[in-house]
Design a protein around this ligand. Sequence first.
Ligand code: HEM
Ligand SMILES: CC(C)=CCC/C(C)=C/CC/C(C)=C/COP(=O)(O)OP(=O)(O)O
Length: 306
Amino acid sequence: MNSTVSTTALPHPPSRWAQYYALTKPRVVQLIVFCAVIGMLLAVPGWPDWRIVLPATVGIWLVAGAAAAFNCLIEREIDRRMKRTAWRPTAKGELAERHTLLFSAVLCTVGCAVLWIWVNPLTMGLTLATFVGYAIIYTVVLKPLTPQNIVIGGASGAMPPVLGWAAMRGDTSPEAWLLCLIIFLWTPPHFWALALYRAEDYAKAGLPMLPVTHGSEFTRLHVFLYTLVLFAGTLLPFVYGMSGWIYLAAAVALGIGFIVYGFRLWRDYSDTLARRTFRFSILHLSLLFAALLVDHYVSPWLAAGT
Ligand code: HEM
Ligand SMILES: CC(C)=CCC/C(C)=C/CC/C(C)=C/COP(=O)(O)OP(=O)(O)O
């Protein structure tokens, strides 16, 4: 009998750094920071002052990571009960609670200090308010309370363009709030698509997510309706005159794509389709914000050439 065991096949346990990094929900925070950076770049004509863009990006990144880590700490018991989140170092008890709290506090403090010193107090205040909105109001109060948790709590996830705008201009303008509105309307179909194929997890964890409290069909109808309202919302930057035809073309194409996903999900549900709809939501927001940026730089250049 061959009893040789290959040690090279054994996976390495993640390093302490990798465990702390995982708590910051890096992929979600990357898109959040991307939206904040687009807010910065749209706030000024031409090239921005990189001496503000750089610290603003770092500061917002740190505070967003701190909020995510704090959420992991608060939800460690819930995370333990869900397949999707049971691997988190906090859920597995691999990181001491006081160390996680300290980690989140240090990231938040350093992030706020960077924003205060190198950006402006308004951006620091708004970013700190966003931290409280997600880490306390959403995580502690709303999430266990109501199926509308992510609709109301989504307001904090929608703030990044406003933070970016405030960093460059020292104020908030209707344009920034329009971008905030778009993310706000995007959040329900983004999250409920995932909640549909993770409904069992949420039921086990005792969280009142819409598919658990109101069932699959009701949730699917709401995903579809939100894709319609979102479509209208994404036209506003063009209607308001802050973006041109390039953005409009992208918004219409992406919006129709999301509506088709929403409609198919409503009428002909499968977990696979829900998974695809969730993935499409991420592509939708990423490309929509990229289109805002391309339009911002290319449209004036095209206009100058005509
Ligand atoms: C309250 C608002 C939101 C809720 C409840 C929510 C919920 C979720 C959940 C549960 C996941 C799955 C995470 C995982 O499996 O690890 C996820 C993934 C994701 N979310 Fe959200 N989300 C919200 C807002 C946002 C916002 C504002 C953004 C970006 C602007 C965003 C971007 C992403 C991305 C990029 C992923 C994919 C992560 C990956 O591939 O690992 N989310 N979201
Ligand atoms: C300062 C600043 C810009 C803060 C941003 C706040 C932030 C990180 C918002 C993202 C929203 C998010 C990660 C939702 C995950 O939902 P969940 O927490 O219900 O997901 P889970 O079940 O995976 O924990």
